[in-house]
Design a protein around this ligand. Structure first.
Ligand code: NDP
Length: 315
């Protein structure tokens, strides 16, 4: 049978390119988990994913209720779950003030980390049950959260501190809207959320890989300077960023190439190792990359897991 893969945020950019790459193999049925149903349908059509290869299911990661409803809807579809890809993200670099999810968490961390944390935790049971030969859970990371890289050293740098803001509810009322308890900064909130994504992947690996056989991984697909992620940025940035990445940093990858990379992490039989953060070199060959000290801090990962469990109502 075909594999069934859920991809969050498959309505644009990397998620859509990955859906396309997997659909083209003829071996996968893609569940496009998206907040905008019509946009997702149009996106699937625009890249030529055929009807029998995908299903759009509503998911708004900025609402825990929506995450729970999505899981119910998916289970009622009767499909086994063979792979889950936590890909969706928002980036609000020009926001002056924090905005919040339905549950009152700062929007970038609430969506990119907490929404995905609940989703992945709930769907773990489904992944455990499948008889598929290789079960995978991929959480998309980024170089920007890695302070051991050049890109990760562009201020404001990611830093989760002692998680005091998160532990306080990340709500801007009785706690800060930032994980480390500091002043709101939209660009930093995104980078912090990506560190959470990479820490969560490793904590999943430590807790569940041996018992379940599921491969947990993260990746940096390259700089896909053309996606909607930069839609909130100032116009001059949006104009100059793609050529800057293409000709100066040479980190640029097309959406199509990035989609092929993520598709490899989901389905290639040579990328099954669990607990790995994948990257690609200039010749598009994959390798196991190193994470920054903070993004590989096991003690912080455990604490993040426990605090996140409380916030999403699992503990
Ligand atoms: P896009 O903005 O093109 O795609 C993001 C997707 O997330 C969209 O489909 C968007 O939906 C969806 N999304 C946003 N908020 C929600 C929500 N509340 N509920 C459900 N879905 C939501 O960006 P990219 O393709 O660039 O980003 C994809 C991933 O790649 C992210 O995890 C990002 O951190 C990562 N990444 C990107 C890099 C880049 O250079 N672009 C580099 C490294 C990592 P909608 O279509 O409705 O807006």
């Amino acid at each position: 049978r075909k594999g069934n893969v859920i991809i969050t945020g498959a309505s644009s950019g990397l998620g859509l390119a990955t859906a396309k790459a997997l659909a083209d193999t003829g071996k996968w049925h893609i569940i496009m988990a998206c907040r905008n149903f019509l946009k997702a349908e149009k996106a699937a059509k625009s890249v030529g994913i055929t009807k029998e290869n995908y299903t759009v299911m509503h998911l708004d990661l900025s609402s825990l209720e929506s995450v729970r409803q999505f899981v119910d809807t998916f289970r009622r579809s009767g499909r086994p779950l063979d792979a889950l890809v936590c890909n969706a993200a928002i980036y609000l670099p020009t926001a002056k003030e924090p905005t919040y999810t339905a549950d009152g968490f700062e929007l970038s961390v609430g969506t990119n980390h907490l929404g995905h944390f609940l989703l992945a935790r709930l769907l773990l049971d489904d992944l455990k049950k499948t008889d598929f030969p290789q079960k995978r859970l991929v959480i998309v990371g980024s170089i920007t959260g890695n302070t051991n890289t050049l890109a990760g050293n562009v201020p404001p740098k990611a830093n989760l501190g002692d998680l005091r803001g998160l532990a306080g509810g990340l709500n801007g009322l009785n706690s800060s809207a930032m994980i480390d308890g500091g002043e709101f900064d939209g660009a930093k909130a995104y980078k912090d959320s990506k560190v959470c994504n990479m820490l969560t992947m490793q904590e999943f690996h430590r807790r569940y890989h041996e018992e379940s056989g599921i491969s947990f991984s993260s990746l940096y697909p390259g700089c896909i300077a053309t996606t909607g992620l930069f839609r909130e940025h100032i116009p001059l940035f949006r104009l100059l960023f793609p050529p800057f990445q293409k000709y100066i940093t040479k980190g640029y990858v097309s959406e199509e190439e990035a989609g092929k990379r993520l598709a490899q992490v989901i389905s290639d039989s040579s990328l099954t190792k669990s607990g790995v953060y994948w990257s690609w070199n200039k010749n598009s060959a994959s390798f196991e990359n190193q994470l920054s000290q903070e993004a590989s801090d096991a003690e912080k990962a455990r604490k993040l897991w426990e605090v996140s469990e409380k916030l999403v109502g699992l503990a």
